[in-house]
Design a protein around this ligand. Structure first.
Ligand SMILES: Cc1cc2nc3c(=O)[nH]c(=O)nc-3n(C[C@H](O)[C@H](O)[C@H](O)COP(=O)(O)OP(=O)(O)OC[C@H]3O[C@@H](n4cnc5c(N)ncnc54)[C@H](O)[C@@H]3O)c2cc1C
Length: 438
């Protein structure tokens, strides 16, 4: 046999599946009887739970990603996107970063393309909104918050100042609450270097359409988190929707209106678009219809897991596994083992994991946790959050780098520099060329 396994997406599921296949199929990979190709626009896997810490400047962005080529020497990494999956013909269409698209044939496919932000047709949202799912977004937000403190310090126009110092986050799940809490903590810390900005001058507004925050940690800890955020001066608006934000003028469903320079949208996710560009069956939520064995229903040779897949939760009949890293990592292990069983003609096994609860960081030394029914808040929860994620971040190399970052942050004050100019590296050169012409 020379079996080609193509993995669409090099995130949690893609990376951990390939890592295990590398180990389990060692002799087949060496003997050329099997080969693995991973396709992803990026050459690294992003450890998303660390995005808020990277935005706050506690972690270097380079240390929260795992370089695919280094971690997976036995796999072929292709950078670009899969634009179509023709499972009937066992072929994907690959669009490389540069050049013409081409077709890649496979024997086994793993759909691990994850999710993207789920947006709504709200006037102005595409113009001023920013998501919080990628390293680029997290670092751009960090630069933006710090840059807007500079703007507010330097202007004499009270309107410009108020607008610059108003930050809105829509969606009070994991991503929204952690991003807001870490950024607010960082901004508050940074005000000590500004003469004319006090922490109370900065307005943070969290908008949530339901009546709870952080459902991942359960109702009791969610209520505690809500109190904490409000005690910190954050305006939390429950049962409220964003109606419009044209030109940065924010209108909420409770009648509130104000101007804001920054609006972060974290109100849910939907499967990556490639899922719809395939001939694989989808469920009612547009995810790949997946069996408990992580195969795609009625499609031999196709496997799926993670945010893009609707995986039945066998520990909770009638329900699906939630889209989170806890499931993604564990699903990847079973998925890889099932691919090996499939190649060897053995019987596949079910994915079975009972959700154990969650931990969330709410800024330096602050957190909330509900794991195996143990509820923690404040410093112990924050410590648990850090140790848990440290144990989960892939490779020893990354773990050491993360610990070094945290240790440095312990002894030296955190960095509060905006390097927003990195997003426009040619501006200075263009200005120089214009001067020469004149
Ligand atoms: C800010 C934040 C904090 C979080 N915190 C937690 C937490 O504390 N605990 C927890 O359990 N979960 C957390 N999550 C959720 C968790 O990160 C996701 O559930 C997990 O990443 C899903 O894994 P995945 O492999 O399905 O998708 P991903 O890890 O997102 O990987 C998908 C990959 O597919 C690639 N891709 C997409 N489309 C294509 C295409 N067409 N062709 C090729 N490649 C493609 C993407 O580039 C990406 O690399 C958090 C998420 C965010 C955003």
């Amino acid at each position: 046999m020379n079996k080609h396994i193509v993995i669409v997406g090099g995130g949690y599921v893609g990376l951990y599946t390939a890592l295990r296949l590398q180990r389990k199929l060692r002799s087949e990979l060496r003997g050329g009887e099997a080969r693995i190709t991973i396709i992803d626009p990026q050459s690294y896997m992003t450890y998303q739970p660390f995005l808020p810490e990277a935005a706050a400047g506690n972690l270097s962005p380079r240390h929260m990603v795992a370089p695919l080529r280094r971690v997976l020497p036995q796999a072929h990494i292709l950078n670009g996107t899969v634009t179509k999956v023709d499972h009937a013909g066992r072929v994907v269409t690959f669009q490389p970063a540069e050049g013409e698209p081409r077709e890649i044939a496979y024997d086994v496919i793993v759909m691990a393309a994850g999710s993207i932000s789920r947006t709504l047709p709200i006037p102005g949202l595409t113009d001023i909104g920013i998501g919080f799912k990628t390293v680029g977004e997290a670092i751009a937000l960090r630069n933006r918050v710090l840059h807007l403190l500079d703007v507010a310090e330097s202007t004499e126009d009270p309107e410009v100042r108020r607008r610059a110092l108003t930050f809105v986050v829509v969606g009070a799940g994991f991503a929204g609450v952690e991003a807001l809490a870490e950024l607010e903590d960082m901004a508050k810390h940074s005000t000590r270097y500004y003469r004319n900005i006090k922490p109370s001058d900065i307005r943070w507004v969290l908008v949530e359409a339901t009546n709870r925050v952080l459902p991942e940690v359960g109702p009791e800890m969610g209520r505690w988190t809500l109190e904490q955020l409000r005690e910190r001066g954050i305006e939390v608006k429950l049962d409220t929707r964003l109606e419009s934000c044209v030109g940065g003028h924010v209108v909420l469903s409770d009648g509130t209106e104000f101007d804001a320079e920054t609006l972060v949208w974290t109100a849910g996710v939907k499967p990556s678009p490639v899922v719809g560009d395939s001939d694989l069956p989808l469920d009612e939520r547009g995810r790949i219809k997946t069996t408990a064995m992580l195969t795609v229903a009625g499609s031999p040779g196709a496997f799926a897991a993670g945010d893009a897949a609707g995986v039945p939760d066998v520990t909770n009949p009638g329900q699906y596994c939630a889209p989170n890293a806890q499931h993604a990592v564990r699903q990847a292990k079973v998925l890889a083992d099932n691919i090996v069983r499939h190649l060897r003609g053995e019987e596949l096994v079910d994915y079975r994991h009972k959700y154990v609860g969650s931990v969330a960081g709410l800024g330096l030394h602050q957190g909330v946790a509900n794991v195996y029914g143990v509820k923690l808040r404040g410093f112990p929860a924050w410590f648990m959050h850090r140790t848990y994620h440290l144990s989960r971040v892939p490779t020893l190399n990354r773990k050491v780098r993360v610990v070094v970052d945290w240790t440095l942050a312990l002894f030296f004050k955190r960095e509060t520099i905006s390097l927003g100019e990195m997003e426009h590296p040619r501006d200075g050169f263009r200005a120089a060329v214009a001067t020469t012409r004149r």
